[in-house]
Design a protein around this ligand. Structure first.
Ligand code: UDP
Length: 423
């Protein structure tokens, strides 16, 4: 198949850990590369956010990235990108001038707008089939962030429109299916393909980075308040009272490296909190870490803590599991699915530092339990979350959509065209 991916703000080539560069970038990069390895021709369209980026980068055989001029060629927060989606669609159409793809797969709601426009304007006999993955939903974000949500107000009606207009929607976990149905998206057009983990980059064995204290707990991700890193910091004094005093919390992520975190407002807020709680000597903020350094960091941890208020999916726990490290995870969104409570880690209620401290203390105090959960996590990551398996599930969704399009052209109607692959 000839496949176009659209990922307006999240380039597969970007450095990770900044406010708008995380799981979606990893997802688009890994899924595209796995689809290319399966023999498909994949082109990823993303917005040019730097004037020096080349127009097109051939990443691997069958996989290229096209930087489309859509708005100023500099970083713009994703919540301010809506006005440029028409230009993104124009750029995609220009690149499709020679031959249109079989399917266009959009990532995030705004990419869906560009993909749907491009699909209709491409000049083919039929619109190009549009598959949508949302990665995050505005309805969920508003519920948790209220007035702090900086999404454009139009997201409230444009996002459901994208879901209802796309030919197919891929959810990453059962929780998301529930949310999509609440937006009025028909269940028969939704399938699930989770995010995956790069098992070559994160193998079950390897060297850990050395650690300075007896125990290390780890938090990895974009430094934004909803990731709940402050809750993990608040757990440190509780852990000390429980007898676990020689514990380091390593925080990975943020805009820039450790030396430049002064410009990151969330890093500053977290620093102030460590001072307020008298735990600054226990907390290390590493800033953005390149991909190839992540496995050694995961392996150095006795436990990885993921304490978000909500989480559409969460690739970090999968990476920890692949590295054989137990995960303490807030029981929200995709984490309820990936982390199996009492088997590959421990679930805790969201926004609960005491529960985090209790769960971490249980793991730190029981090396055998940590090892057993680590092994179970590695088995689960390998058996269910390889990108090749996710690419196969995604390919199945593409084929269903294309088959439905063919039967539509043959006048067979659309009554139950996708039966069999529906949930
Ligand atoms: N990550 C990284 N370096 C960093 C911070 C994060 O490589 O400094 C990666 C992390 O390993 C994971 C991704 O960014 O692969 C974050 O994805 P996740 O789905 O957990 O969170 P999201 O960004 O989607 O909220």
């Amino acid at each position: 198949m000839k496949i176009s991916m659209v990922s307006e703000h999240a380039s597969p080539l970007a450095a990770l850990g900044g406010v708008d560069a995380g799981g979606q970038n990893v997802h688009v990069a890994a899924l595209s590369s796995s689809l290319a390895s399966r023999g498909h021709q994949v082109t990823v369209y993303t917005r040019r956010d730097d004037p020096d980026l080349p127009a097109k980068v051939q990443v691997a055989p069958g996989l290229s990235v096209v930087h489309v001029d859509a708005g100023p060629a500099r970083h713009i927060p994703k919540d301010e990108l809506l006005p440029f989606m028409g230009e993104l669609a124009d750029g995609i159409c220009r690149d499709w001038a020679d031959s249109v793809p079989d399917v266009v797969h959009a990532h995030f709601w705004m990419s869906g707008l560009a993909a749907i426009q491009a699909s209709r304007r491409a000049g083919a006999a039929e619109p190009v089939a549009v598959v949508q993955t949302f990665h995050a939903l505005g309805s969920v974000k508003r519920r948790h962030q209220g007035s702090a949500d900086t999404s454009p107000p139009a997201r409230a009606w444009l996002e459901p429109w994208v879901g209802r207009t796309a030919d197919w929607v891929i959810a990453t976990c059962p929780d998301e299916v529930f949310e999509l149905k609440a937006l009025g998206i028909g269940r028969s057009r939704i399938s699930i393909a989770p995010c995956g983990v790069d098992l070559n980059l994160f193998p079950g064995t390897g060297e850990p980075e050395s650690k300075a204290r007896t125990h290390r707990i780890l938090s990895v991700g974009r430094l934004v308040p909803r990731k709940g890193v402050d809750l993990v910091i608040q757990a440190l004094p509780i852990l000390a009272e429980a007898g676990f005093d020689d514990v380091e919390l390593l925080i990975v992520g943020g805009s820039g490296d450790a030396l430049n975190l002064e410009e990151d407002p969330e890093a500053q807020r977290l620093r102030a909190l460590t001072k307020e709680l008298g735990v600054e000597d226990k907390v290390t903020m590493r800033g953005q870490v390149p991909r190839d350094a992540m496995p050694g960091i995961f392996r150095s941890a006795d436990a990885v803590v993921c304490a978000p208020w909500y989480e559409p999916f969460g690739i970090v726990p999968l990476e920890a599991m692949a590295c054989g490290v137990p995960v303490v995870a807030a029981a929200v969104g995709g984490l309820r699915e990936t982390v199996v409570d009492q088997k590959t880690g421990l679930h805790v209620p969201p926004r609960d530092p005491e529960a985090i401290a209790d769960a971490v203390a249980r793991l730190l105090g029981d090396p055998a339990l940590r090892a057993e959960m680590g092994r179970a996590g590695n088995r689960r990551a390998r058996s269910r979350y390889s990108w090749d398996r996710i690419a196969a599930d995604t390919e199945k969704a593409y084929r269903s959509v294309l088959a439905a399009g063919l039967s539509r052209q043959a006048g067979e109607g659309l009554a139950e065209p996708l039966e069999g692959t529906a949930l």
